[in-house]
Write a protein that binds this ligand. Structure first.
Ligand SMILES: [Fe+2]
Length: 389
């Protein structure tokens, strides 16, 4: 196996590290920065702003972040940043805030609008990344791991699609204390999103020995800790493990890219009012059953991370059934939501399949994917998830 793994994204990890943001910005010689954050994390943002001010660094704030980082919001934040002549970006929050920050950083040194710089993750950057200003990313969820991935996902509001821009982070500050106040629904969605990153990297048809280490550890940590933080959001040790796992899971996709879950989710989250983490994970038991015969050794190892007893010599079909049952039980243990909250009907769900086949490549899937396979996965998911309503 030839494995290539590299990260252009330095990261510091530990409780209390976000209080040192000003110090880190000083190392980048920033004089004035734009601080972009979700309104929901204002209390954390205020402490971080205080640490920036304490180092004598000027700032302007932007709290108009919207879900899925729409292009128009990125262009608005960037216009403010350019007007204020900032020389750096600090993005605080979940994926949408960080992606808005990454888009803004791109537009500090590349002419707007952001839509000019969309590119697939496997393609070269469409913007000039050699002259980017410093960007510090401070996640407040244990999920996207965007602090260690060089991409940002931006919603194209004209085409109703999710697109990518390239923007390596200058520094990720991963402070588990920032996740203590995360609501239960966000804890579930972001935690299982992180698990999907690791699973999809691990089963990828382009496996990578470095990614495997990170992915397997990340899956185990989430299997052990996500049920704990869902039950008790104030469990700092479990929060710390979730945060560590999310960063490791994101590191695992720096080699192989995501596949079936994220490919289908990229369309589902644009068609229905569902967050990214739910859109990519809603078919997880069905996907695990689908891929088991194609990658039995990897699926067996994943199931062992979740505590399942996998008999030696089990055949692909039986392994698929075991995978389905194991993930179905896991999702129940973390109070996974019912899809009827987000998707009005089975017909509406199935109506997305042509768009999925038109826009997604399933390039890294361990098993070839036909349109009929997605129809089957969606039908099975609907029967399981919605029957439990
Ligand atoms: Fe994701």
């Amino acid at each position: 196996m030839v494995s290539r793994w590299s990260s252009p994204n330095p990261v510091v990890f530990g409780c209390g590290t976000s209080a040192r943001t000003g110090e880190f910005l000083k190392e980048f010689e920033c004089k004035k920065v734009i601080v972009i954050y979700d309104k929901g994390v204002e209390a954390s943002a205020k402490k971080i702003l205080a640490s920036i001010a304490a180092e004598g660094i000027d700032y302007v704030t932007f709290d108009g972040v919207q879900p899925d980082a729409p292009d128009v919001v990125v262009n608005e934040a960037a216009a403010l940043a350019r007007r204020e002549n900032v020389d750096g970006v600090v993005a605080i929050g979940g994926g949408s805030a960080v992606d808005t920050g990454k888009g803004t950083c791109v537009l500090l040194t590349n002419d707007p609008p952001i839509n000019k710089y969309f590119a697939r993750p496997s393609e070269p950057p469409a913007c000039d990344v050699t002259h980017l200003k410093p960007i510090i990313v401070i996640p407040t969820t244990a999920g996207t791991g965007t602090e260690v991935t060089p991409g940002g996902a931006i919603a194209d509001t004209t085409l109703n699609t999710k697109e990518n821009v390239v923007c390596p982070t200058s520094l990720g500050i991963v402070d588990p204390e920032l996740t203590l106040g995360l609501p239960k629904s966000s804890t579930i969605a972001t935690g299982i999103d992180a698990m999907c990153h690791a699973i999809e990297a691990f089963i990828s048809n382009e496996p990578n020995c470095f990614s495997d280490l990170l992915a397997e550890t990340g899956i185990s940590l989430i299997a052990q800790n996500l049920p704990k933080v869902v039950k008790d959001g104030s469990d700092l040790k479990a929060r710390e493990n979730q945060m560590r796992a999310a960063t490791m899971c994101a590191m695992s996709i720096l080699g192989p890219y995501c596949n079936i879950g994220h490919d289908t989710g990229a369309v589902l989250c644009m068609e229905f009012p569902m967050v990214h983490g739910i859109s990519v994970s809603c078919c997880l038991p069905e996907i695990m059953r689908f891929v088991a015969p194609s990658t039995p050794e990897k699926v067996s190892r994943i199931l062992r991370c979740l505590g399942a007893e996998v008999p030696e010599g089990i055949d692909g079909e039986a392994l698929g059934d075991l995978a389905y049952d194991t993930f179905k039980a896991f999702m129940k243990s973390v109070d996974y939501p019912n899809m009827k909250q987000f998707i009005p009907s089975r017909e509406a769900l199935l109506a997305t399949v042509p768009k999925i086949m038109e826009t997604q490549t399933f390039h890294f899937s361990p098993r070839h994917v036909e349109e009929s396979d997605i129809v089957t996965l969606f039908n099975q998911m609907w029967d399981r998830n919605c029957a439990e309503a």
